[in-house]
Design a protein around this ligand. Structure first.
Ligand code: GBH
Length: 495
């Protein structure tokens, strides 16, 4: 028998789903084309506030607003069963509300969906991948609970217009990023800096908005459309720095609760935040002079409404951190912060290979550990991995020969297979982020995740398959790892 960390040869289950993903603002361009309204990422980029590298914008991006037929051809080449993309809310409702429906925007996604289905690729649609209509931000965005009803109206039109053909829905992509980077540290649109207060308020509203859209689908559309709907949550695995120190072990667990448990505990467990998160934020808040916790409270009615609003577990994961127990001695007088609330320090083991992102180290066993943790924590859910991948920066000489990316996918996917075959984790799908190089948020066009290279200096934005695309195609065709597979050249190189 193989040792546990040896490479595992074998197949994925026959009905396993292979997929690749993008999001609207990152690829579409056409920022003011055919009646689209302005969204918060248009505003954020057009303010040239220094938070986006190179003052880049998504005005054109990969121009998938015009090039989407090529995108479908690329997906056909890969042989994926699913394509995960997102809808731009302001392309459907230019001012965010159902006062005006932009039929040209509706048609854009309708045509894409038809082409995917004709190619035997199932559309896997994210309703919200961070591009809130600007008019709604002007009302306070996710800090304002009226967003719950606006999001519901937007979800309704998507179900009405696309639900005959779309059977897999995600409400939110990574509310953690929206809350922390959008309202906490302010590195992402809308750029609000309120690391201990608005961060939690925004998260709270998104959980409720998710639940409402879920119920709408469940009550009004499911019977006729027969699809599934859930949310996709992100976390890195949190590994105790010193596994024989119980304080570090507890800190690792606490960090998982603060990162993915923040959203998953309510939706997948009991309608409420994790106990440890409630305790930590409350005691910190009181020590900081607040008379109540900075973490908002779900009423009993909220809890009953939120609990169970999932048909599967959507997971985005990329890396692992080493976690140490650490209490900042100045916690009571520092600016209150979601980060400080966790009483921890995070780092990387220096042996973990680097990537194009400072936050992303290649730690293949971490995905397996995380999948096991989710299985145990959330009662063995069906897990759809909706993003996983690795980036490079400015690596022009090796843009197409991306052997480190092949190595990353080879090892991460092998660990997913081990989770399924050795640990009995119910993983149903794997999604490579991303189909192509695109607008990488704060990193503009300097950091690349694509299976396809996109030449951003050419107005036609031509796409070229990298080695990783060819490797992924072969992997999908084999549905796993064959001992004598000839096509998939594995190079253990790192960036
Ligand atoms: C995904 O999020 C996004 O869904 C996708 O749109 C994006 O292109 C992809 O990542 C690659 O970035 O800099 O220390 O504050 C992944 C989850 C969580 C990863 C927050 C980056 C920032 C850590 N992200 N994290 S830090």
């Amino acid at each position: 028998t193989q040792s546990d960390d040896e490479f595992y040869y074998g197949d994925f289950p026959e009905d396993f789903i292979w997929s690749s993903a993008t999001s609207s603002y990152q690829i579409e361009g056409g920022w003011n084309a055919s009646g689209k309204g302005v969204n918060i990422w248009d505003t954020f980029c057009h303010s040239y506030n220094g938070k986006v590298e190179g003052n880049a914008t998504g005005d054109i991006a990969c121009d998938s607003f015009n090039n989407w037929r090529q995108d479908v051809e690329m997906l056909k080449f890969l042989g994926v069963q699913f394509y995960r993309f997102s809808i731009s809310w302001a392309r459907i409702f230019p001012d965010g509300t159902n006062a005006t429906i932009n039929e040209a925007g509706i048609k854009y996604y309708s045509d894409l969906i038809d082409a995917l289905i004709a190619a035997n690729i199932k559309p896997f649609v994210t309703l919200y991948h961070w591009d809130l209509p600007q008019t709604l931000q002007d009302f306070g965005g996710w800090e304002n609970e009226t967003m719950i009803e606006y999001f519901n109206q937007y979800a309704i039109i998507c179900f009405q217009r696309y639900g005959d053909r779309v059977k897999h829905w995600l409400t939110f992509n990574e509310p953690w990023v929206v809350a922390w980077q959008g309202y906490g540290e302010g590195s992402f649109a809308p750029g609000i800096v309120s690391p201990g207060v608005a961060v939690y308020k925004a998260g709270h509203t998104m959980i409720k908005a998710h639940a409402k859209a879920y119920h709408t689908y469940n009550d009004t559309f499911r019977a006729s459309q027969k699809g599934v709907i859930s949310i996709t949550l992100n976390t890195d695995f949190k590994s105790p720095k010193n596994t024989s120190n119980p304080l570090d072990v507890a800190a690792g667990e606490r960090c998982l609760q603060f990162s993915i448990g923040w959203f998953a505990h309510a939706i997948f467990k009991n309608g409420d935040y994790p106990e440890i998160m409630k305790e930590q934020v409350r005691s910190k808040s009181l020590a900081q002079g607040y008379n109540a916790s900075r973490l908002p409270v779900f009423t009993e009615a909220d809890q009953a409404y939120i609990k169970g609003t999932h048909d599967f577990f959507g997971l985005n994961t990329y890396t692992t951190q080493a976690v140490e127990h650490y209490v900042d001695p100045n916690s009571a007088t520092n600016t209150p912060s979601y980060m400080d609330d966790q009483d921890r320090k995070e780092s990387f083991d220096p042996s973990w290979p680097t990537s194009g992102a400072s936050w992303l180290r290649m730690v293949p066993w971490g995905i397996r550990r995380l999948l096991n943790w989710l299985k145990n924590e959330y009662n063995d859910p069906e897990i759809f991995i909706t993003e996983n991948g690795i980036s490079d920066r400015n690596a022009t000489s090796v843009l197409l020969q991306d052997s480190w990316r092949v190595n990353f996918y080879n090892q991460y996917i092998n660990n997913v297979l081990k989770a399924i075959r050795k640990d009995n984790v119910n993983v149903r799908a794997y999604t490579a982020w991303s189909l192509m190089d695109n607008f990488e948020w704060g990193r503009g066009y300097e950091e690349h995740y694509g299976l396809y290279y996109v030449d951003m200096s050419d107005p036609k934005r031509p796409r070229t398959a990298k080695d990783s695309a060819k490797w992924y195609k072969k992997m999908i065709a084999d549905n796993g790892f064959k001992k004598n597979s000839s096509g998939a050249k594995i190079n253990t190189g790192t960036l």
